[in-house]
Design a protein around this ligand. Sequence first.
Ligand code: FES
Ligand SMILES: [Fe+2]
Length: 357
Amino acid sequence: MTATAKDHWHPVLDSQVLKDKPVGVKVWNSEIVLFRTAGGKVSALEDRCPHRSMRLSKGWVENDKIVCPYHLWKYDGEGKGQSPCNPQMKPRVQRYDVTERYGAVWVKPAESNAQMPEMEVEGYHYVGLDTGIMYAPFELVVDNFIEIEHSPTNHGVFAFDAQGITQVVPKVETVGDSIHVIYEGDQRNIPWYSPTQYFMPQNTRLIIDFMAHFRPVHFIYNMRWQDPKTQELKPHRIREFAFLTPVSEEETHIHLFFFSTLNLFSPQSFSPLRKLVSSRFLKMAHDEFNLDKNIVEEVARTDKRTDLKGLQLGKFDRVLRETRRLISSAYHQGPLEQQAPPEPVQLKATGTTGAQD
Ligand code: FES
Ligand SMILES: [Fe+2]
């Protein structure tokens, strides 16, 4: 068995988008149709009718079956079909495992025994899910999520101060098949009149401590703020789970799940205010995402190569080589069973490589 993108659970759609009409999604060029039965159950099948290759996502749902719009053959959630004009036939469509968690629809191939990634959120309240698309190769999107040097120029709030970034020393360590990264620096100043101040305490040190996992590729960011004089941590923390789903060589989908320690987001809090603040937070997060999207897509238009050859890499970019290795291991090659986990490697935290490999 070889490791490919298809071996992992990936979030593919905001659950709220899947209503009574089928929706087509893609994971690494595999086209999948999602549909919700009248009873609310979600199913996932290959998005191609085995009769004459019509796209099933162009069809509709009748009770617990999806109907192909070309000749009205129907398929249940297991992929078992029936043909009105050929009742003796037993057509079949490949099915996928599917589940709904944390406000998203997730899929994996039925033959894979991958574990669903767990989100450890004790002490946190769910704020919401933000989704987006970057028209860029997977590796270029991953690069943007793992380095922070762009934050003063390209972010409004989840960011370090422009001067402060020069003082940030990235701490990067490979742990098995994951990477642990810590960035610490001055929180960027936000105008006093901005409600965003409520989430990002001012005159503090921002500590972004995160793990990058690769089966599937996702980042677990822990954001904390520290009083620079007393070293005391502010009570408010944000935890963000960023899942990157490779769609094709030129398209990557992103699902961002946000959690906060603020009691305001507790299900017990005053609901209208919670909804208002959650939507404000998600709007802010989406604006931040769009800033990244613009820059990553611009890079992709300039150069789609992902191999780092000829690039002059700085201290924040050292980690990119490691991400290439781990993406390759988890998504492009195998066999999984024969791979021994690598020894933890301490990467140097400072200096520039200036390497042109
Ligand atoms: S192509 Fe789907 S029923 Fe004919
Ligand atoms: Fe960014």
